[in-house]
Ligand binder design. Structure first.
Ligand SMILES: *Cc1c(COP(=O)(O)O)cnc(C)c1O
Length: 366
């Protein structure tokens, strides 16, 4: 079976380094928010081109704490996309704010600016931009839009580790960038982990309090926080995996390039490639097909696993039934949800597996 992820096939030296990292933590006798977390926060913030990183429990809470640090809560509106992991929308709901869903561009499935502009209101406090599938696009226009309307730009970078726009890394263009290190993300832990990155010292300090019950370094409780601390074991593992991230990312890009060149199938569409190759890290390689179920069955019969990201736009989820949205509707999101399909694109894929996938897609009788 050609899988969507295959961690067991990773280089043995990486496995050895991870085991040594776990041993290092056990021997240190310090297991939560210690030196490993501090080192990983520094290294990841530097990778993102900003001064501060605040390690948290997961990606959902990274967004949640980012919004709270920005004073976004009850009565406020945050514009985002329905074509995302529901966690993006849940983070907005969990701080008591109101998500407002804008539609996507059909060629990339990224948020469409003209739809976001229709969603703006005097209550809008932020745009929560998702770098879907690992893509960044037109970031200056998003920065300008948010500046013009005096609202925050928050980046959901859960798919976009190492992606950059005109040399500026994901997470460095908004006030805050929120990362998930869930195992299947491009940089993943061996459990849950997350981080928010920012260049604003006061935001970082507030986020560091909020993740740890709301207490200051001196132990004063100045506001109601939560427990969203990062474990030393996960940080130590992530430090080892970070050393491989650039290599793994190049492999994802190489696979994507082979797919783009090799897939010749009238029944299949491929999302547009960014003009700058660094603006896409191919967390997912996504195609579209009107007869998706048939294609998925065809590929499965040839030993190829596929997944759908995402089968249901946020506004079709039960918990979001009466969610606010673009008055003109969310047509492109709905169509994309019905037609998108993610092909295997992970760093351990072999060349013969890539060819097998290409040949299988091309042999589909659309
Ligand atoms: C995975 C993901 C999240 C949430 O991250 P967790 O670590 O699973 O909480 C948020 N947004 C997007 C786009 C994601 O893919």
């Amino acid at each position: 079976m050609i899988l969507m992820n295959h961690f067991q096939a990773e280089p043995p030296v990486l496995r050895a380094a991870m085991l040594a990292a776990v041993e290092r933590v056990i021997d240190s006798g310090w297991y939560v928010l210690g030196q490993e977390v501090k080192r990983f926060e520094q290294q990841w913030a530097a990778t993102c081109g900003v001064r501060f990183g605040v390690g948290v429990g997961n990606g959902l809470q990274a967004i949640e704490i980012a919004l709270r640090a920005l004073n976004i809560g009850a009565g406020d509106e945050v514009i985002t996309t329905p074509m995302t992991a529901l966690a993006t929308v849940l983070a907005i709901l969990s701080v008591g704010a109101k998500p407002v869903l804008a539609d996507i561009q059909p060629d990339t499935a990224l948020l469409a600016r003209e739809s976001v502009e229709r969603c703006l209101s005097p209550r809008t406090k932020a745009v929560l931009l998702v770098h879907l599938y690992g893509q960044m696009d037109a970031m200056q226009a998003w920065v300008d839009l948010c500046k013009t309307h005096q609202i925050a730009l928050v980046e959901d970078c859960a798919h976009a580790h190492l992606a950059s726009w005109q040399g500026r890394p994901s997470g460095s263009l908004g006030q805050v960038g929120a990362y998930s290190f869930y195992p299947t993300k491009n940089l993943g832990a061996i459990g849950d982990a997350g981080m928010l990155v920012t260049d604003e010292a006061s935001l970082a300090a507030r986020a560091a309090r909020l993740r740890n019950y709301g207490q200051t370094v001196t132990g004063d409780y100045t506001e109601l926080g939560t427990n969203s601390r990062l474990d030393e074991v996960q940080a130590a593992i992530l430090l080892e995996r970070l050393k491989w991230l650039a290599t793994f990312t190049e492999r994802r890009r190489a696979i994507a390039q082979r797919y783009r060149a090799g897939i010749q199938q009238d029944a299949v569409g491929i999302l547009s490639a960014p003009t700058d190759p660094k603006a896409h890290v191919y967390h997912l390689f996504v195609i579209t097909c009107e007869r998706r179920t048939a294609l998925q069955t065809h590929l499965k019969a040839r030993g190829i696993q596929t997944l759908i990201h995402y089968p249901m736009p946020a506004h079709h989820q039960t918990v979001c039934a009466d969610i606010q949205r673009d008055p003109l509707g969310l047509k492109h999101s709905e169509h994309h949800a019905n037609t998108c399909l993610s092909l295997p694109c992970h760093p351990q894929m072999r060349d013969d597996e890539i060819n097998t996938v290409i040949e299988a897609v091309n042999a589909f009788k659309g």
